[in-house]
Design a binder for this molecule. Sequence first.
Ligand code: HAM
Length: 418
Amino acid sequence: MRYSAQKGTGDILPADIYKWQKTEKMFADVCHSFGYEEIRIPTFEQTDLFQRGVGDTTDVVTKEMYTFDDKGGRSITLRPEGTAGVVRSYIENGMSSLPSPVRLFYNITAFRYEKMAKGRRREFHQLGLESFGSAGPEIDAEIISVIDVFFKRMGLKNIALHINSIGCPACRSKYNEILKDHFRPHVGSMCEDCQARFEKNPLRMIDCKIDGEKEIVQSAPRLIDYLCDDCKAHFEGLKANLDAVGIKYDIDPNIVRGLDYYTRTVFEFVSENVGTQGTICGGGRYDGLVEDCGGTATPGIGFAMGIERFLMEAEAQGVSFEPNDNVKIYLVGMSENAGAKISKLCYDLRLNGIGCERDLMGRSFKSQMKYAGKQGIPYLAVIGDDELTSGEVKVKCMADGTETPVKLDGLTDYLASR
Ligand code: HAM
């Protein structure tokens, strides 16, 4: 029996891992520079959290969740995203008593039973953040600038930012009536999902994967034209704050996002390099979510970026990642007596944080040299009886071929400075 990874999942192999590690580290560094701290949340939660949080008219909840009963009969769901879990943790751990805004970032796997397409997986990885307690548009612009700074520091250029406002419950409920008037004569000919959404959440009809391209959907009134005065002012504030730091954007009234919790600001960074939906990163404000999940009313905002899609974009833009050079020196054994000394030298080097390798396969002298060369290890030293007697070794720099005599007990210091 040969097993293969499940559809929509995959291994991240050593040949690629350095790209992931550099991406994850840069994201953490950028988040830290904006005052965010990392949070780690469980992989699964009770199903109800996602139904309530993400919303039971979304595709994510109705069609895509990995839900099962555990052995205790509880309904459990593998997280399809991070926001609901972070909100649960914020409430459960009493974080509202911390100084605001409470700023949290994360690096998670997420699970959605989606149809396979370019840039779409069933297990994928998200880098994201959530911020609680600040309602003004300054923080909306600030979290967008987290992404902008991250892209720039990773060497990416020109990823289009689309922004929109989908209002607050007050403007949304007026708009829902206008939208229903628009759809009412046609709802009978729309897909089953849209028929259900018509009563429950007509806004969701606008990004229907089945009917989305139809004229009736394309010509639907857009929420941005029906914002109340407060929401309008908030959106103007967002634009002014983005202008102030020089972040370019397009206003895209079609963005409604695929999750129900959003209010006011929604945004996406898009590129045609990353597949059918083209979204590398998406987010927005969710001022009602903490209360909906049982906490005291607290404004919130966040985003998440798919690491797979980010790396697709980076590759398409020709961004180069330096591979890890974890191993600095290879110690070649020239005599049987050298083995014990090499073991001790390797131990001391590693104890001091310097990566090294020695033969573990009984290779001949020649094939040890060949192996070290193939691995691209930057330094090499040959240790035989002469070196044991003299207590000195020649350290060869593989890049330029130069050889430097170094005392065996000074090897750590020599390499530490390289
Ligand atoms: P989302 O737009 O559903 O938002 O997902 C965010 C990002 O995750 C997408 O832009 C995409 O890069 C990646 N992604 C989503 N689904 C898949 C998939 N099937 N395969 C590969 N990548 C995928 C959220 O998840 C929200 N929680 C974002 C947020 C945080 N809003 C506020 N706070």
